[in-house]
Design a protein around this ligand. Structure first.
Ligand code: GTP
Ligand code: MG
Length: 318
């Protein structure tokens, strides 16, 4: 790798508590490719205890970072080390929000028991979700028992990223009835805990009714906590932290967590196979074999499906 230090050396240093080495490993995870694959194998072989990964998701400006910083405070009062990955699924050009997060969370950055890092999109499809998973596995291998994943938005990409966490907290604000309706399916899929942040504003009761209406039909919906917070003043945040711990313990006891983790392995395996295949197909199509099949189809010597089959056979033979 370009840094000159062999990956396994960096890995050992990071596991020994060197924060600079850990930061570099997270850059490796973010960049993807061969080094990331090697890093993944190192994590798999590390046999580290399982970390608890918590997704914090919600629309831009909902107060996720403020809440996350306050949750860090709760964890630290219990002397629990906690790492945060702030994930920005938008283009790499909009790094401003992430920078803002860094500043807002700065007070936590001098604490040895806190590690904060942002991950940005590198453009490739599924890349950020993969980087997030690997980033979390690296933190786990380095012994961080709690990992908070802050993701902006409640669309499909965020649902995919949230799916990489054990448990997901969805942050909403008063007056968001329409958003709740528009994103109902996605929210239902991911939310284990709802937080109505900015509860110092009007419309809290209506938003609570909207959420409770939306979750009523979901199996186990009645057990999903809906918690009001004013994150800027720390109000209600202890309740969120307690709910996270309680829900996590309940998921573990019921066996649902193990089921989720199995589902996650299946999804991540599929996504890794698909991206390897996509890369392989791109190379094949741009090379001689692709050219040959295109020419045969153009000349009427072969159909599309026949050509596709010939190329697939070439991949299998490889
Ligand atoms: N009134 C009020 N403002 C809040 C509350 N929580 C956060 N804010 C403010 O809302 C703004 C956005 O907060 P952030 O924590 O950056 O929100 P975010 O969801 O992380 O934002 P992005 O990461 O940019 O999507 C900031 O100006 C906060 O001070 C709250 O409970 N009440
Ligand atoms: Mg934020």
């Amino acid at each position: 790798m370009s840094t000159g230090t062999p990956l396994h050396v960096l890995f050992d240093r990071a596991r020994g508590g060197e924060r600079g080495a850990l930061a570099r490993l997270l850059s490796v995870a973010e960049a993807g490719g061969e080094d990331a694959a090697a890093l993944d194998s190192l994590c798999a072989a590390s046999a580290a205890p399982r970390a608890r990964t918590i997704g914090i998701t919600g629309a831009p400006g909902a107060g996720k970072s403020t809440l996350t910083a306050a949750l860090l405070g709760c964890a630290r009062r219990e002397s629990q080390p906690v790492a945060v990955l702030a994930i920005d699924p938008s283009s790499p050009l909009t790094g401003g929000a992430i920078l803002g997060d860094r500043v807002r969370m700065h007070h936590a950055a001098v604490d040895e028991g806190v590690f904060i890092r942002s991950l940005a999109s590198r453009g490739q499809q599924g890349g950020l979700a993969q980087a997030t998973s690997l980033g979390a596995r690296v933190l786990e291998a380095c012994g961080w028992p709690w990992i908070l994943l802050e993701t902006v938005g409640i669309g499909q990409v965020e649902v995919e990223i949230s799916g990489r966490a054990d448990l997901v907290v969805v942050v909403l604000n008063p007056g968001w009835g329409d958003e709740i309706q528009a994103n109902k399916a996605g929210l239902m899929e991911v939310a284990d805990i709802f937080v109505i942040n900015k509860a110092d504003r009007d419309g809290v009761a209506q938003t609570r009714r909207d959420i409770e209406g939306a979750i009523a039909a979901r199996p186990g919906g009645a057990e999903i906590p809906v918690i009001e917070t004013v994150a800027t003043r720390g109000e209600g945040v202890e309740g969120v932290w307690a709910a996270i711990a309680a829900r996590h313990a309940a998921l573990e006891a019921s066996g649902l967590l193990a089921t989720r983790r199995r589902g996650r392995i299946a999804a991540e395996l599929e996504s890794a196979v698909m991206s390897a295949l996509r890369r392989r197909v791109a190379v094949l199509l741009a090379g001689d074999a692709g050219l040959r099949e295109r020419a045969r189809i153009e000349a009427g010597a072969s159909g599309i499906h026949e050509g596709a089959r010939a190329l697939l056979d070439a991949i299998v033979r490889d």
